[in-house]
Ligand binder design. Structure first.
Ligand SMILES: [Fe+2]
Ligand SMILES: [Fe+2]
Length: 282
């Protein structure tokens, strides 16, 4: 999602929240690099990021890119942690080996997204310390597994990933910088798979939930859709008249609104209705 970077100033007495992605041990650092480089095309290898030359952009352009990609890093890390927890629930529910394997893939993908963001942040002049904190999706572990699994399927996969695919694809088309565009291409392709996982799992899991659980999940969905609205439009955004587009993946406000509205109606709401899930009125 392309959002205008905005960050509140932290009080001097309170340490600023941050996400630390730096290496903690040379062995793990080496395996991390090999693991991700083995999955990525040459255009996104570690070496490709070190070849990035920021000097051809002005300071404001680089700063916008840095802050936007730092925010995206936090989002990707949140997905990574949520999918790792989901994997445990998929296993406990006894879903098929094909399901388990595809969910393993989603965890690996999200780790790769964090790594791609980390590399791009460093190329843009940042460090492995990402300011801010992921918006954690805290699940109530006292809930039955089926409810926990459906909360993630409906909220993160069906809503979050489906909206992300459309927004990322539009952002990818708008990105002029080749490195940012290559990263957005991988993200878009992977998030499309994650969205498919959600819609493919929904009917089976929904049918396994009790009526009472279904009503509770429909209530949750109302909040999730309100949160999605808020997340997409947080930080406002610029309009075309405010200047040239940033090369690192910027959607103007009206573009983001149009992509979001279309994806919400045709990619999300319509499919929930088809699955028999009662939705709040739009
Ligand atoms: Fe992702
Ligand atoms: Fe994803």
């Amino acid at each position: 999602m392309s959002r205008k970077p905005s960050r509140k100033l932290a009080s001097q007495s309170v340490p600023s929240p941050r996400l630390e992605l730096g290496a903690t041990h040379p062995v793990f650092a080496a395996h991390r690099q090999r693991f991700f480089d083995a999955q990525l095309p040459p255009s996104l290898s570690s070496r490709a990021f070190t070849r990035f030359r920021g000097a051809r952009y002005d300071a404001d352009t680089l700063r916008w890119g840095l802050e936007a990609w730092q925010l995206r890093t936090l989002d990707e890390y949140r997905s990574y942690v949520a999918f790792a927890e989901f994997l445990e629930n998929v296993n406990a529910l006894g879903l098929g080996f094909d399901v388990l394997s595809t969910v393993v893939r989603t965890v690996r993908d999200e780790a790769r997204h964090v790594e791609l963001c980390r590399r791009l942040v460093n190329a843009l002049g940042g460090t492995d310390t990402i300011p801010g904190e992921p918006t954690w999706v805290s699940s109530d572990r006292s809930q039955p597994r089926i409810v926990l699994a459906l909360q993630l399927v409906m909220g993160t996969l069906c809503v979050g990933e489906t909206l992300s695919v459309s927004l990322l694809n539009a952002t990818r088309k708008a990105a002029v910088d080749p490195l940012a565009r290559a990263v957005l291409t991988v993200l878009t392709q992977d998030e499309s798979v994650h969205s498919q996982v959600g819609w493919a799992l929904l009917p089976t899991l929904w049918g396994a939930a009790s009526r009472l659980q279904q009503r509770g999940l429909e209530d949750d969905l109302r909040h999730i859709l309100a949160y999605a609205d808020q997340a997409v439009f947080a930080g406002g955004g610029r309009e075309v008249k405010d200047g040239p587009r940033n090369p690192f993946g910027e959607l103007f406000l009206s573009e983001r609104q149009a992509v979001y509205a279309h994806a919400l109606e045709h990619g999300v709401r319509k499919r929930f209705r088809e699955a028999g899930v009662r939705l709040p009125r739009s």
